[in-house]
Ligand binder design. Structure first.
Ligand code: ZN
Length: 341
């Protein structure tokens, strides 16, 4: 079968012939139907500092995918042949005390699918039973493929109160866009967003942001100060821009929360920690998804609460066109790109 892989320690990805994987004890084999391209895949394609330090080629990439179970290994009890499942990218050691304490997403023993071990951008993939999350049939399959990323947003939004609250989301990449939709779905009173790309500003409006502010064109803090003189109840930082962290510290009301998901590529020159202390802000780092509380919350949002994130899928294409997908993402002219296998 043909898989999308990082073969050489340089920019690019290739479609290579690999042996179809065999099921192992405790694992399930999926016929992959859809995969969605993540920023992580773009880093691997670009072979930046993070990717070159972490990835050991050859490596089949892809950690956001869904498909039908075609075979189960010895000892598999929960998942059955014919189940439609989506992948969780963090592979845990089920005996790790951190995992058992609900900290699998940050446990030292955790490895990542498509990064540390071969992933799922191929017609067949084998994953641990735990990582194959059954997905209700009402969830559109292109959305099902994005649940790993959607889970990042669910984890961020639901780690604090949202209903009736005023929330600021900084950065409208796919996870920021998801966060806007989730906040609206959970009954936030107002959702403010920030973004500089006109393409993504329009997407944020389609997903229900009440007001999208453009830091390249206006003084975002001055506008927020006028609209929300007491400050917003929470800021969800999804951009990785140091200026957005400064904005979060100023714009969040005393006693509010700041949830940080964006990774800061630029060195932070200074952060006003005294301002954080005197405002009594709760600042939290968010990574991955809680295993498995986030998946339960996500299923509830998608099935009971009518969460609709389909506008985030801006492109769909066969997986053999991955080069076109990477170039489109590099230009910033996409929300999520979903590949079919
Ligand atoms: Zn991802």
């Amino acid at each position: 079968m043909k898989a999308i892989a990082k073969v050489r320690a340089e920019r690019g990805l290739e479609l290579i012939d690999v042996v179809e994987p065999s099921v192992r004890p405790g694992h399930v084999k999926l016929r992959v139907e859809h995969g969605s391209v993540c920023g992580t895949d773009l880093h691997i394609y670009q072979w930046d500092g993070w990717a070159s330090g972490r990835i050991k080629p050859p490596r089949v990439i892809g950690h956001e995918f869904c498909g039908t179970v075609v075979e189960v290994g010895e000892g598999v009890e929960r998942v059955r042949v014919g189940d439609f499942v989506a992948s969780e990218s963090h592979i845990v050691d089920p005996c790790d005390p951190d995992y058992l304490a609900g900290l699998g997403h940050v446990a030292a023993s955790t490895v990542i699918l498509g990064v540390d071990v071969d992933g799922g951008f191929a017609p067949y993939a084998v994953v641990p039973e735990l990582n194959a999350r059954p997905t209700p049939s009402v969830v559109p399959k292109n959305v099902a493929s994005m649940q790993d990323a959607l889970g990042n947003a669910v984890h961020t939004v639901m780690d604090g109160p949202v209903e009736g609250r005023r929330i600021l989301v900084t950065g409208m990449g796919p996870i920021g866009l998801f966060a806007v939709a989730i906040c609206k779905c959970l009954g936030a009173e107002k959702v403010y967003a920030t973004e500089v790309s006109p393409y993504r500003i329009e997407l944020a409006e389609r997903l229900g942001a009440d007001l999208v502010l453009n830091p390249a064109k206006e003084d975002v803090y001055a506008v927020l100060e006028r609209l929300e003189p007491k400050g917003v109840d929470g800021t969800l930082e999804m951009s990785g821009k140091p200026s957005a962290l400064d904005l979060a510290i100023e714009a969040t009301r005393p006693g509010g929360r700041i949830s940080l998901l964006g990774l800061f590529a630029d060195v932070l020159k200074s952060v006003d920690f005294n301002r954080i202390v005197f405002k009594g802000l709760r600042v939290q780092g968010i990574v991955g998804r809680k295993m498995w509380e986030t998946w339960d919350q996500m299923a509830w949002l998608l099935t009971e609460k009518g969460l609709d994130v389909t506008p985030v899928v801006t492109h769909e294409m066969p997986y053999t066109e991955f080069g076109h997908a990477m170039e489109t993402l590099e230009r910033g002219e996409a929300g999520k790109i979903v590949l079919s296998f």
